[in-house]
Design a protein around this ligand. Structure first.
Ligand code: M6R
Length: 609
């Protein structure tokens, strides 16, 4: 979604803004723009398409200045055109914005009645004119911004620059992420820390309702009531190199290959001891787990598939009723809260608007026992949750989530064990066995990665297909869902996943020689059932691609391609079996020549609903 960068410095900020935007490209966008303050005026360039185009336009116009704001836009209100690209200007002030202003229509009419002329279809232009309007009476950018944001309904992170105030920026956030970066006699703003890593690792995460003022030497933060607020300065653990591509062709490929390391890092703090300690989820965890009688898991997209997998594990191993629900549905649904529920929200970014809103909805219903499982330490999700678990995947840049998923699964399996233990359903021998299995997991993933050349050869056969079907049973059905999501989002091949037993209730009608069917067939209690389902496909001329473990036995037949992924990984089998599906999607996208890391229409962090 939209990305914001801003800088106040004693040097030309244009290279800093452009590099920051490049580092935010992974969030997804369709146009970009920047404004700098120069010789008492504003210089603006905007372009549709890639940041590289903006960089060329800025160089062409010789844009230069010591204070500026920049933006990548993911269109919500109005098409991706230059006129709708940010920054938006009102008189001598410019605004960039991430979020959605829900009362923009009412404000637009009021401002038009006051004589303001609109040049875009965006909700953002309303903010620019509103601050400009308040600036008439306040004559101070900070006060005018505070008055304007008090009138906004919805979500916003904004950066504001004023031509007559060089060396000064004002910013504000509510519902959308924004942080301040602290340099030496220069300061910055950004949607996330990755944008600022070349210039600083010292950051302040603004809280809901904060408005901040940045100068060369000082940053002042005010809370929503306008009182000065002390906010902690964090030293980011990330480095500029962590977000570099290195020897890989795409971030998605790099991130797929990082999974053994990411899972090992995620489990490092858990497996140091010989037993699972509830405290890895927070100091109140033992108390919370002791009163937990059911689990509600809320998430979107890939994180939702991790939730679905965990619901299987929790019921089977902890004996707890568990339900996974898509966050965007839960937030608007009338549901019946039970006070003994543990609400688990799962998110790579921790900024997904629907997941945050679902968490708020659960809390509003009186469900106070919340656990956030997230890859970003200072995210809104982590801050809003009572218990926390940080996955240690490192920055995930590719829009298609990969290492975030396997690390979420690792975390959720640890949660399953902790809850099973709290309920007296895990004896020391079982616990030791599971810990051993978790320790072996990174190597099993590494072994699955070795299949890449063979999977790439399979992927060639998908290139001219328009549809694909993914089948799994039990705990591997969510893995089929994830395989289908990966394929559709980066290769644009329409893919659906079904629990294999559902085939004959409808989807079998789609099966013919042009419909590749991918199946996940580990040697578990459901293998024989699955084999019958595969026969149903073959009998209709369908072409089968089966990922199985070393122990699974399926007779060789025409139109049946088999690949052995791993020695049977037991309960953790879903974590290993998703890896070949990620690789299949990646190579199918390569063959089709799509923009793998930035698939069309998608954004990495979905910070608007
Ligand atoms: O940051 P989150 O995990 O909350 O993001 C949720 C989804 O937007 C995300 O998983 C999305 O589905 C990915 N593009 C899937 O690859």
């Amino acid at each position: 979604m939209c990305g914001i960068v801003g800088a106040v410095a004693q040097r030309n900020v244009v290279p800093i803004l452009l590099e920051g935007l490049r580092r935010l490209e992974y969030r997804g966008y369709d146009s970009a723009g920047l404004v700098v303050v120069h010789e008492g005026g504003l210089e603006r360039v905007r372009s549709v398409g890639r940041v590289q185009g903006l960089a060329e336009a800025a160089a062409g116009h010789g844009v230069h200045g010591h204070t500026g704001i920049a933006h990548t836009r993911w269109a919500t209100h109005g098409a991706p055109t230059e006129a709708n690209a940010h920054p938006h200007i009102s008189g001598e002030l410019a605004v960039v914005h991430n979020g959605i202003i829900e009362n923009h229509e009412a404000l637009r009419h009021r401002l038009m009645d006051l004589g303001y002329r609109f040049t875009s279809e965006t909700d953002t232009e309303v903010i620019a004119h509103l601050i400009h309007f308040h600036l008439r009476s306040e004559a101070d950018l900070l006060r005018a911004t505070q008055k304007a944001v008090a009138e906004l309904a919805g979500a916003y992170a904004i950066g504001v620059a004023l031509a007559s105030a060089p060396n000064r920026l004002v910013c504000a956030r509510q519902g959308s992420p924004l942080l301040v970066g602290l340099g030496i006699e220069e300061n910055f703003i950004a949607s996330d820390v990755s944008a600022l890593l070349p210039v600083t690792q010292r950051v302040i995460y603004l809280e809901e309702g904060d408005v901040a003022e940045l100068g060369l030497l000082a940053v002042r933060v005010y809370d929503r009531e306008g009182r000065p607020a002390a906010r902690e300065v964090h030293l980011s653990e990330l480095s500029a190199e962590m977000a570099e591509l290195g020897a890989y062709r795409h971030f998605m490929q790099k991130e797929i290959h990082e999974q053994p390391r990411a899972v090992a890092d995620t489990l490092a703090g858990v497996l140091g001891a010989q037993s699972i300690a509830p405290e890895v989820f927070g100091f109140e965890a033992a108390e919370v787990f002791a009163r937990t009688e059911q689990v509600l898991l809320l998430a979107c997209g890939t994180s939702y598939h991790a939730a679905c997998t965990a619901a299987h594990w929790l019921e089977a191993h902890a004996g707890l009723p568990a339900r996974a629900e898509v966050a965007s549905e839960y937030r608007y649904r009338a549901s019946v809260p039970r006070p003994d529920t543990l609400v688990v929200t799962i998110s790579q970014s921790g900024e997904t608007a629907d997941t945050l809103a679902a968490l708020k909805q659960a809390q509003a219903l009186g469900l106070a026992d919340t656990l956030g499982i997230c890859n970003v330490a200072e995210s809104a999700l982590i801050r809003a949750s009572r218990l926390r678990f940080l996955t240690r995947a490192g920055p995930e840049i590719g829009v298609a989530s990969t290492k975030a998923f396997t690390t979420q699964l690792a975390a959720l399996f640890v949660l399953t064990l902790a809850l099973a233990k709290a309920r007296g359903r895990l004896n020391p021998e079982e616990e030791a066995r599971h810990i051993q299995a978790l320790r072996a997991l990174p190597q099993q993933i590494a072994d699955a990665l070795k299949l890449e050349p063979a999977i790439a050869a399979w992927a060639e056969r998908f290139a001219d297909k328009h549809h694909a079907l993914f089948l799994g049973r039990g705990v591997h059905y969510p893995i089929a869902l994830e395989g289908a999501l990966k394929l559709k989002e980066i290769s644009y091949i329409h893919a659906e996943a079904y629990p294999a037993g559902e085939l004959k209730h409808g989807p079998l009608a789609l099966v013919d020689k042009d419909m590749p069917v991918v199946a996940i067939a580990p040697n578990d209690a459901l293998l024989e059932k699955l084999k019958s389902n595969l026969e149903e496909v073959r009998a209709r001329g369908g072409e089968l691609y089966v990922f199985m473990d070393h122990e699974a036995h399926i007779a060789e037949q025409d139109n049946l391609h088999m690949m052995r992924v791993t020695p049977h990984a037991g309960v953790l089998s879903p974590v290993v079996h998703v890896v070949p599906l990620q690789i299949l999607a990646y190579h199918a996208a390569l063959v089709r020549g799509t923009d793998v890391d930035k698939p069309r229409n998608l954004a990495k962090s979905v910070t608007v609903e």
